[in-house]
Design a protein around this ligand. Structure first.
Ligand SMILES: [Zn+2]
Ligand SMILES: [Zn+2]
Length: 416
């Protein structure tokens, strides 16, 4: 788990702002769900046979005997909220987005954290393929706005309860006849979750996978036309995509469309997908709600930050203060504290070092900051109700009335 501060915080902030802008444009409402949920939400929603539920959850038992889990992903909690808050009574579709920390127990490796941040967008109550295309467009836009340029979308359809069981049978019999050549993980997947074999990165499995039957050839009528329409919308939007028949995604609840977005470079590839999502029509009913279709996508914030750094994406320098307020003596310090508030109300940035009493130290700091003006309020000035304005470039200084300071400085900064 890691601290986020300094440079890192700027990257997070930038990503958040881009998301918020895009969410507002497409009229998504922000939602924040609790970090802890009942363990059952994830074991039912994500699927017992997945790595997440099997190995990666931080779970605990409360004093009252409840089993709780630190949320490992965002969709199941948002679906829980949709059901619990009766959002099916709202005008549909309901569009929600989130940005927050998630938790998975994973082997420590570069760029992977046990507390990691995700942003996600979900649409409930709309089964049209136009929503699938829009979700892809939204994530493409987010990554583009962050200035990642070489993006590629990988897309597949994994069918639904009509056509997937038959395909699964075909797949199982194909792999069963070659079981001895599969890795140990895949032999286990063959019993528990055969679709996940298609995900295996082991070379010996890859060779077998490349000859395996493909879902896309076995889609039922409705899945087939849904997928075709999604691709037509993507074509219409001129989004660059590849069909990837082996893309299945790690979670059990997906139906029909699944997709991932990558940065198209060897290094970007090696680091994995920037965003991934798909359609999950049965999930809301599975978790106890009314039968409501859903479609969504999530992206890893740390993963995006790593890509931004790799691409050398920098930020504009923040606006720095042009005025330093120096003070000497107790009365002057009290007046300075008030004056600082007047500047804040006028939205003028002013630096200070009120904790220091030495004028020399304060002026040294003003120098270091490279401000244009230093205001000096000494004991004498405080008594007379005046203040010294020093033009740092010209080295000239003059005394003005303290109550005119903010207006005077506003004028001077503007005229420069
Ligand atoms: Zn394998
Ligand atoms: Zn189907």
């Amino acid at each position: 788990m890691h601290d986020i501060f300094s440079e890192e915080q700027k990257y997070f902030q930038k990503i958040y702002e881009v998301c918020e802008d895009i969410a507002n444009f497409y009229q998504f409402q922000k939602i924040e769900t609790p970090i802890l949920e009942e363990t059952e939400l994830f074991s039912r929603g994500i699927g017992i046979s997945t790595d997440i539920v099997g190995k990666q959850m931080f779970s605990l038992r409360t004093k009252g005997g409840d089993y709780l889990t630190l949320r490992p992903e965002g969709t199941a909690p948002v679906v829980r909220a949709f059901i619990e808050q009766g959002m099916h009574n709202l005008p549909q579709p309901v569009k929600l987005w989130y940005f927050g920390p998630y938790f998975r127990y994973e082997r420590p490796q570069a760029g992977r954290y046990r507390q990691f941040w995700q942003l996600g967008f979900e649409v409930f109550g709309e089964e049209s393929p136009v929503v699938d295309a829009q979700i892809i467009q939204i994530f493409y836009n987010i990554l583009r706005e962050i200035r990642l340029k070489k993006l590629i979308i990988e897309i597949n359809s994994i069918g639904d309860s009509q056509c997937r069981p038959y395909y699964k049978k075909l797949l199982v019999s194909y792999f069963r006849s070659r079981e001895g050549a599969l890795c140990a993980d895949c032999r286990r997947r063959l019993r528990e979750n055969p679709l996940r074999i298609l995900d295996c990165k082991e070379e010996k499995c890859q060779r077998i996978i490349s000859q395996a039957p493909q879902m896309i050839d076995h889609l039922c009528e409705s899945c087939h036309s849904h997928f075709k329409e999604v691709l037509e919308f993507l074509d219409g939007l001129e989004l660059p995509y590849h069909l990837n028949p082996y893309l299945v995604r790690g979670l059990d609840y997906y139906t029909k469309t699944v997709f991932e977005i990558y940065e198209e470079s060897p290094e970007g590839r090696a680091l994995g997908a920037l965003a991934g999502g798909g359609r999950y029509d049965p999930l809301i009913k599975l978790l106890g709600g009314k039968d409501t279709p859903g479609c969504g996508c999530a992206a890893g914030v740390e993963r995006i930050v790593a890509e931004m750094k790799r691409e050398g994406i920098k930020f504009k320098k923040e606006k720095e203060p042009e005025i330093f307020l120096a003070q000497l003596g107790n009365l002057a310090k009290r007046r300075s504290l008030r004056l600082l508030e007047d500047f804040r109300a006028a939205k003028i940035q002013v630096a200070e070092s009120f904790g220091r009493d030495s004028l020399k130290a304060q002026l040294a700091k003003a120098d270091k900051l490279g401000v244009k003006y230093t205001l000096i309020l000494g004991q004498q000035e405080a008594l007379e109700g005046t203040i010294i304005v020093k033009d740092m470039a010209l080295g000239r200084q003059e005394t003005i009335k303290i109550e005119k300071t903010v207006r005077e400085m506003e004028k001077r900064l503007k005229s420069r």
